[in-house]
Ligand binder design. Structure first.
Ligand code: NAP
Length: 248
């Protein structure tokens, strides 16, 4: 069976590392992105240069129409999805809760939570034995913020990731008898560009002393955990939340 991996937000950071490693592990890869086409094409071109199969598809995971089109394009260009990584995520400028307005909360919850639900829905319609599919695996990219709460920075983002943890546990039980495993990784502080969107590009350097291993993590270190959870090596794991945090 051809293995087809869809990674939302696969153009940069943890998603891009997962796309490269997925291709190296034999998956045909769809790199989804929102705006940064050049970054997405750099990932797919690197994969195809190395002999792999990859496409880049622009879609905002918070838009239902975009998500439906994303999976239809994957059907046409690669074949039905067998593995989904719900990685696309955003955070906004650091602030306390009393300064957050409804527009911000809606953006954060839509991109992080609604997007993961919509993509999982499209994947389940194709993977579930209940719908004539042949099974598959989903990994949600949560955050250790769901346990720590991100006070004074982005409690809204932490709460969204808390929702992703509950989503992982519930969905895993819902589809466990239909050939689909659903797990999550919860990264700690990882060197990517996401911290700049919170207004603190050097955040990893500031907080790394609070990490028991005394360092930030690399995107590849998260990607390896994701690929393991997707693989048959994790055949009896579902509903698991795997912390990749250097002990935090
Ligand atoms: P990043 O470097 O900022 O990359 C974010 C990726 O998501 C980009 O490919 C971006 O696409 C895409 N994206 C954002 N919003 C999107 C949307 N609405 N629809 C489709 N794609 C969208 O982020 P990262 O640090 O790799 O984070 C990846 C995941 O890990 C996120 O879920 C994040 O919450 C989680 N995480 C990160 C850390 C960390 O320390 N870095 C820690 C814990 C959890 P464009 O390039 O087109 O903008």
């Amino acid at each position: 069976m051809k293995r087809v991996l869809v990674i939302t937000g696969g153009s940069r950071g943890i998603g891009a590392a997962t796309a490269r490693l997925g291709a190296a592990n034999g998956y045909a890869v769809c790199v989804n992105y929102r705006h940064n086409e050049a970054a997405a094409l750099a990932v797919t071109e690197e994969i195809t240069r190395g002999g792999g199969e990859a496409i880049a598809v622009a879609a905002d995971v918070g838009s239902e129409a975009d998500v439906v089109r994303l999976f239809e394009q994957v059907d046409e260009m690669l074949g039905p999805v067998t593995a989904l990584v719900n990685n696309a995520g955003i955070l906004e400028t650091q602030m306390r809760v009393e300064h957050m307005d409804a527009a911000r909360l809606s953006r954060v919850l839509t991109a992080n939570v609604v997007g993961s639900f919509l993509c999982a829905r499209e994947a389940i319609r194709r993977m579930s034995t209940r719908h004539g599919g042949r099974g598959g695996a989903i990994v949600n990219v949560s955050s250790i913020a769901s346990r720590l709460g991100a006070p004074n920075e982005y409690v809204d983002y932490a709460a969204a990731k808390g929702a992703i943890d509950s989503f992982t546990v519930g969905l895993a039980k819902e589809v466990a008898s239909e050939g689909i495993r659903v797990n999550a990784v919860r990264p700690g502080v990882i060197y990517t560009e996401i911290h700049a969107s919170g207004g603190e590009p050097g955040r990893v350097e500031r907080v790394k002393a609070s990490v028991p291993m005394q360092r930030g993590g690399q995107a590849d270190e998260v990607a390896r955990a994701i690929l393991w959870l997707l693989s048959d090596e994790a055949s009896y794991s579902t509903g698991a939340l795997l912390d990749v945090t250097g002990g935090r």
